[in-house]
Design a protein. Structure first.
Lengths: 144, 140
C-alpha cells in the first residue's frame, strides 16, 4: 500500500533576503516553521529550520525504525536507541555528507553485533536509499 | 532522535538540535497509516523538499529578471512497497503557485524546470524516486 505524505511552504521575496514558512503538514504534527537561506548556510540559525535539518530529522528517525526492526527480528529488541544525524550542506555543491551516530541499550547483544545491525539499517532504510546520491553516509554505533 | 521499544509498538521523538526549531513525535503507524498529530520521515522529507525547492525557485525567478511576491509550494512524497526491495520512497510531486512580476506562464515553466535542476534535494531523491513539478502563475 502506498502512503503519501504532504507538506506546504510559502515563500516571500527573493532568495537571500526573503524568507519562507512551512505552513502545514498533512499530519498536523508541526508547523508553522520558519525557513530561510541564512538558516541553511550560516551557524546559529536562531530558531529557523532548514531543508537540511528536516532531512537530518527524517534520516535519524527512519534509521532508528529500521535498526529497531532489524534488532528485534534477530531476537534482540532494543530498549532504547538514541540517534543523531548531521547533514553537511555546501552551497553551490549540495549535501556532501550525512553522519549518523547511534547509542543503544540492547539487552543480550555485544558491540560488534550492534555495529553490524547499524550498518545494515544504514544501507537499507528507505531514506538512506532515497539519499543514495549523497557521496558519504556514515554510522558511528556503540552500546550505551 | 530517541526511539524506545520495538518497531511496531515503539515510539520516537525527533528533535532539531541545531536550531531548536521543533520536537516531534514519530512512530511506525504514522508512516504507513494516516495518523493525525504524528509525523513521519516521509512528511519531514516533504517539508524539506518543499523548502529546498522554494528557495531554489525564488533564486531562479530573480535571475530571470522577475520579482517574487509569493510562492506556494506543496510537496507530496509517496512511500510504497517495491517488489524485492521492501519499502521505498518512489515519488515526490511538487505543486507550485507563484505570484511574481515580470514573468509569464512560459517563463515560469522554464524557471520551474531550472529550479528543479538546481534544487539539491531534487537531485538527491532522484536516486530512488521520480520528481515532478507542476507550476502555475497567479495574477498579482
Amino acid at each position: 500500500m502506498a502512503a503519501e505524505r504532504r507538506a506546504s511552504v510559502t515563500w516571500k521575496g527573493d532568495l537571500l533576503s526573503g524568507s519562507g514558512t512551512i505552513d502545514e503538514v498533512g499530519s498536523g504534527a508541526f508547523g508553522p516553521l520558519d525557513v530561510s537561506w541564512a538558516a541553511r548556510t550560516e551557524e546559529a540559525s536562531g530558531g529557523k529550520t532548514s531543508p537540511e535539518e528536516l532531512i537530518a530529522a527524517a534520516h535519524a528517525s527512519c534509521f532508528s525504525m529500521a535498526l529497531s526492526h532489524g534488532l528485534a527480528q534477530a531476537g534482540n529488541a532494543p530498549e532504547r536507541l538514541q540517534t543523531s544525524a548531521a547533514v553537511t550542506f555546501v552551497p553551490g555543491t549540495g549535501i556532501t555528507k550525512v553522519a549518523l551516530t547511534v547509542r543503544g541499550v540492547v539487552p543480550g547483544l555485544d558491540d560488534a553485533g550492534f555495529r553490524a545491525a547499524a550498518e545494515d539499517a544504514k544501507e537499507n532504510c528507505p531514506v538512506s536509499q532515497a539519499l543514495g546520491a549523497v557521496p558519504e553516509i556514515t554510522v558511528d554505533a556503540a552500546l550505551a | 532522535m530517541a526511539w524506545e521499544g520495538s518497531l511496531s509498538r515503539g515510539t520516537g521523538t525527533a528533535t532539531a538540535t541545531s536550531s531548536g526549531s521543533f520536537e516531534l513525535p514519530i512512530d511506525l503507524p504514522s508512516r504507513i497509516a494516516d495518523q493525525p498529530g504524528k509525523t513521519s520521515p516521509e512528511e519531514l522529507l516533504a517539508a524539506a523538499h518543499a523548502g529546498c525547492y522554494s528557495t531554489s525557485l525564488a533564486g531562479e525567478i530573480a535571475r530571470a529578471g522577475g520579482t517574487v511576491e509569493r510562492l506556494d509550494v506543496t510537496c507530496t512524497i509517496t512511500l510504497d512497497e517495491v517488489e524485492g526491495q521492501g519499502h521505498r520512497i518512489v515519488a515526490s510531486e511538487l505543486d507550485v503557485r507563484a505570484r511574481a512580476e515580470g514573468l509569464d506562464e512560459a517563463g515560469l515553466e522554464q524557471v520551474a524546470r531550472t529550479a528543479d535542476e538546481g534544487c539539491t534535494f531534487s537531485a538527491l531523491i532522484r536516486a530512488s524516486a521520480s520528481v515532478s513539478v507542476r507550476a502555475e502563475l497567479e495574477s498579482t
